[in-house]
Write a protein that binds this ligand. Structure first.
Ligand code: ADP
Ligand code: MG
Length: 253
């Protein structure tokens, strides 16, 4: 029996008269990587930001680690890590300075070099944030979500715009975070990524959940309807070719 760490019941969010989230319900289990998929505008970020206590809901109930969002938003904040958009960082500060700044905000002791090592940025400790490449910025922003040793980490499209090497490197990082015991909620537009990483996924469309299961189960269900891929599947795809030709190491400089 899995332990539920996030429980969302009949969540609704209206922006004016527009219903962005139309009464969705789902549970996230402790220790899993849970994916929220769906086309642009489906309501993924809205849903995450409500659970993260950053946005008000219109209706419904959200429980996070036994705490009701309505009563204990400040206690919820203490146990979650939220990936900030890059604009949240002072570009002229070094990574070490930024980590100290965040640690101060959270009032937590941190070991900055340990943290940077985790995301493969120990060489960049004294570089300014603005000097980092796209992949490095993403990795750094994930590192900052870990400063308060959160039980739950929220990642909203962490790999969008990254090259294949940086993307795979981030997959390893996300798997590491889970191995250390955290629960991860992630949104992505990359289906290969969801298939690789997620234990379960919810597919959101126009503010409603239209499917929720493990990737395997969703694929089996589709196949059971008689669906077949139009083309014979090859033993490799173009991304495999790319990675095999250009190597797995990250190239950012
Ligand atoms: P997703 O992350 O799945 O792309 P969002 O949650 O960002 O979707 O947005 C869901 C819908 O709500 C979209 O139609 C978006 O335009 C709308 N929306 C998001 N934020 C606001 C806002 N602050 N005011 C009005 N509409 C918004
Ligand atoms: Mg979004």
């Amino acid at each position: 029996m899995q332990k539920t760490i996030i429980s969302v019941k009949n969540l609704q969010k209206n922006y004016g008269t527009f219903e962005a989230v139309k009464g969705i319900s789902f549970d996230v289990y402790e220790g899993e990587i849970f994916g929220l998929l769906g086309p642009n505008g489906a309501g993924k970020s809205t849903t995450l930001e409500i659970i993260e206590t950053l946005r008000d809901k219109t209706g419904g109930q959200v429980m996070v680690d036994g705490m009701n969002l309505d009563n204990e938003p400040d206690n919820i904040k203490k146990i979650i890590g939220v990936q900030l958009q890059s604009s949240g960082f002072y570009p002229g500060l070094t990574l070490l300075e930024l980590i100290h700044l965040f640690a101060g905000l959270y009032n937590r002791p941190v070991q900055p070099m340990e943290l940077l090592k985790l995301v493969n940025l120990e060489d960049k400790a004294k570089s300014k944030y603005k000097e980092l490449s796209g992949g490095q910025k993403q990795r750094f922003s994930i590192a900052t979500t870990l400063i308060n040793q959160p039980k739950i980490v929220f990642l909203d499209e962490p790999t969008t715009g990254l090259d294949p090497q940086a993307r795979r490197n981030l997959w390893d990082l996300i798997k590491d975070i889970r191995l250390k015991g955290a629960t991860v909620i992630i949104t992505t537009h990359y289906m290969d990524e969801a298939e690789q990483l997620c234990d379960r996924i919810a597919i959101l469309d126009e503010g409603k959940i239209i499917a929720l299961a493990s990737p395997d189960k969703l694929i089996d269900d589709l196949v059971a309807t008689g669906f077949e891929r139009p083309k014979q599947v090859k033993a490799a795809n173009l991304e495999d070719v790319f990675i095999s030709l250009t190597g797995k190491e990250i190239r950012e400089e």
